[in-house]
Write a protein that binds this ligand. Structure first.
Ligand code: CIR
Length: 248
């Protein structure tokens, strides 16, 4: 049965890391309500959630995607590029061990954040140069026995901050923040429009902050569910970072 890992926002969320944005006040209560709505959308779309135990002392722990990369029954625990976030991984490890996953981990000194890993059809792209090292990319390729294509990046926090993919292999990207060359690129008019969570072949979840992109995708025949994640966006988060889909 498919499920999604999620982790409730920490009370310390407002002091999450910032790299490219200036700090703005975060309303933690509003963030919690936005997260509840996000979780409800996943459940309604056939992705009931599995909670990773809260990590109140880790401000960025709601961005659970960064702690693991999962393919089938194998899960590669990450070694986040920001030392402040390394304490988040233990909780994810415990949950996946309990679910019987075959676990591996990125080993010191290399680093990898889940937000840097994008799969398009048979190809796995890994953003390097930010939180993820080239060695982390290589370890991922070795663990999954797949080609991992490094994408040098400099403009955004994570590779998936600038590109995600639709089920048909179309890559959504916001040109001003785009790193790398993408064959089947659909340029989108809003930065947060480049982030979608694929809920089904014809259904994606995206942020309400990208209404023009929503129309673009609906015109292509996709069903779009939008959630307001403004408080997470202030911390350089997006819809993809808040969950990890487990398909088995
Ligand atoms: C960080 O800087 O690590 C967090 N404030 C945001 C992480 C967002 N995660 C993601 O894009 N996968």
């Amino acid at each position: 049965m498919p499920t999604c890992l999620v982790r409730e926002p920490a009370p310390t969320l407002a002091s999450g890391l910032l790299t490219h944005l200036d700090r703005r006040p975060v309303d933690v209560d509003l963030a919690r309500r936005q997260w509840d709505a996000y979780v409800a959308v996943l459940g309604n779309a056939g992705w009931p959630v599995t909670a990773v135990p809260p990590a109140p002392e880790c401000p960025d722990s709601a961005f659970v995607e960064d702690t693991v990369v999962v393919r089938g029954r194998r899960a590669l625990l990450t070694r986040p590029g920001a030392p402040e976030r390394r304490g988040e991984v233990a909780g994810t490890r415990a949950v996946l061990a309990g679910l019987g996953y075959d676990l591996g981990e990125i080993s010191d000194p290399e680093t990898l954040d889940g937000g840097d890993v994008l799969t398009v059809g048979p190809v796995t792209y890994v953003g390097v140069g930010g939180r993820t090292t080239l060695g982390g990319c290589e370890q991922l390729g070795a663990f999954f026995g797949t080609e991992a294509v490094p994408v040098p990046m400099a403009k955004v926090l994570h590779l998936k901050s600038s590109v995600t993919a639709l089920p048909d292999g179309t890559v959504l990207g916001y040109p001003p923040t785009l790193d790398g060359q993408w064959d089947r690129l659909l340029p989108v008019p809003e930065e947060s429009g480049s982030h979608v969570v694929v809920l089904a072949e014809d259904t994606v979840l995206m942020a309400t902050s990208a209404p023009a992109t929503r129309r673009l995708l609906e015109d292509r025949g996709l069903h779009v569910v939008a959630v307001d994640i403004s408080e997470f966006e202030k911390l350089e988060g997006c819809v993809t970072c808040l969950s990890v889909r487990l398909r088995d």
